[in-house]
Design a protein around this ligand. Sequence first.
Ligand code: KG4
Ligand code: ZN
Length: 372
Amino acid sequence: MKKNSNEHVWRVLGLESSCDDTAASVLKIVDNNKEKKVEILSSIVFNQNKLHVNFNGVVPEIAARAHCEKIDICTKEALKKASLSIKDIDLISVTSGPGLIGGLLSGVMFAKGLARGLKIPLIGVNHLAAHCFSVKIFHKINFPYLTLLVSGGHCQFLIVKNVDSFVRIGGTIDDAPGECFDKIATFLGIGYPGGPLVEFKSKNGNEDRFSFPKPLMDNTCNMSFSGLKTAVKRETEKLIASQGGLYNEDVKDICASFQKTTSEIFKYKTINAIKFFNNNFEGDKNLAIVGGVAANKKIRHELQQVAFQNNFKYLTVPAQYCTDNAAMIAYLGFEKFILKNHNNLDLVVKPRWPLDQTSTPILGFGKRGAKA
Ligand code: KG4
Ligand code: ZN
């Protein structure tokens, strides 16, 4: 850390390896006691898509081995891009949960080795919390704020109260939306991961051709996506049975209709979440949308409208920081560090680590396993 008069300059290394992206990032944070200026000096992500594509999902052991092989290379690349040496780093922040245990261990053991060798502090952070905090890299925002965290493994409405205080006010009772995008892309034969590919196909599709169900349209903030996914699959099978296959137009229309239905579910449920926030919390009215699915332009656009209509400020991050990255890990680590909330070398990984430890699990939550 460099200290010039009243200014502290921090260089934070973030490491991420909880699922199928190996990522390293270096942030420069200038703290002048009044405000913190964050600059992303580098953010390197090595995705493992090619390794998992034939399995239509992430294979934990393959993921863990790939993290092990790549995490040092990824870190070197992040330092090079930032034009820094490892000795310039003041603090290391690493994802210590939730996620796949082999990947988490790769990252945490590597981070421990570096921290020990460099004699610098080490912070273990919650991956989901880091997604929620990603908006704070780009926006000045006070607690509490309302967040929709929507990714490949998660879908929750949260009130973010502090670095380690979150209230979950609703979430999916079954599949996560990113998982549906991925599965639908797989059975349409357009590739993996599905989110960006379904979005691309939707561009020229007719979003009104198919009318898919929107389950759980009640006054709660809970959501359900598995019936929608099954309905899309049935419609696809019906078309294949009647025509002997799918035309390009069919694929585009299915993608566009599914994407429209998903964004309508989010719109409806975000209005409920806003009402809940207004009735139970005081302070600025901010709506943050984070996680991989928040990269989707249609969903972003629709939720921006909802925020505007309800006098909420709409906050999101550039698409490459919606999906998994290490800049968000470095940033949350820094926020925890300044609260003296850091770990020692006895940091352990937590494959399951709910953000809100007090709310009871949502019924049936998580076909992939209720890791959060
Ligand atoms: O946040 P993330 O990188 O990883 C998890 O923590 O799960 O999210 C990955 C998920 C994948 O399911 C991917 O298909 C989805 O986010 N995704 C998208 C888009 N980009 C990524 N879904 C819809 N539209 C997109 N443009
Ligand atoms: Zn994620």
